[in-house]
Ligand binder design. Structure first.
Ligand code: GDP
Length: 197
């Protein structure tokens, strides 16, 4: 898919305030610092459309963009800040969960995972929650330029093994580097194919 236009629409603090659900929507989520903003910007060929490294503890918002005047890209707030209060974390979870469960035009959720780490509890729990709630998702490994190709493969295999403990089938998996602008095309291809753009 060629990106002709990518426009920021709005930030919403509640799922009810999100833009009208008139186009197919694809959302990106992951732990804070996973490289989500960098990947979105690399994929859309924009320097700073998605804002990198939001300050932890600040109000977290759902950001909507319209791509090619045909679909919404949603940048969800990063989960798993260690330093925020318990009540803030709960609000946060509620915002994300409500958005995911209520957003009728949501086609797929891309769950970002840093390829350098062993499978983390918080990500596995989130993935499990997606499964329990029938949320369609894919896994996107980020920052693969930080490891040698063999180490990338080994970590991805380890992740797959972990997933296969609870899942019969594996989800779609993408291997990306925002730094090297790799892997974004495959994600855009998937988006195009699920919509016949
Ligand atoms: P976010 O909090 O998930 O939006 O993460 P950011 O996009 O702000 O990235 C967090 C940090 O990781 C920043 O310092 C980025 O420069 C760095 N980063 C993000 N993606 C990559 C990547 O593909 N390769 C490398 N080497 N660094 C990355």
């Amino acid at each position: 898919m060629i990106i002709k236009t990518a426009e920021f629409i709005k930030s919403s603090g509640r799922w009810q305030d999100c833009p009208e659900a008139v186009m197919p929507e694809y959302a990106f989520i992951g732990r804070s610092n996973v490289g989500k903003s960098s990947l979105i910007n690399a994929m859309l060929n924009h320097k700073d459309l998605a804002k990198t490294s939001q300050t932890p503890g600040k109000t977290q918002l759902i950001n909507h963009f319209i791509i090619n005047e045909a679909w919404y890209l949603t940048d969800l707030p990063g989960y798993g800040y260690a330093r925020v209060s318990k009540s803030m974390r709960k609000d946060f979870e509620k915002l994300i969960n409500n958005y995911i469960l209520n957003r009728k035009n949501l086609v797929n959720l891309f769950v970002l995972v840093d390829v350098r780490h062993t499978p983390q509890k918080i990500d596995l729990e989130f993935i499990e929650w997606c499964g329990e709630n029938g949320v369609p998702f894919s896994i996107v490994f980020t920052k693969v330029d930080k490891l040698k190709p063999n180490a990338v493969l080994a970590n991805v295999e380890e992740y797959k093994k972990e997933l296969l403990k609870t899942w019969e089938d594996l989800p779609e998996i993408y291997i990306t580097s925002a730094e090297k602008k790799e892997g974004g095309d495959a994600i855009l291809k998937f988006i195009a194919e699920t919509n016949a753009f």
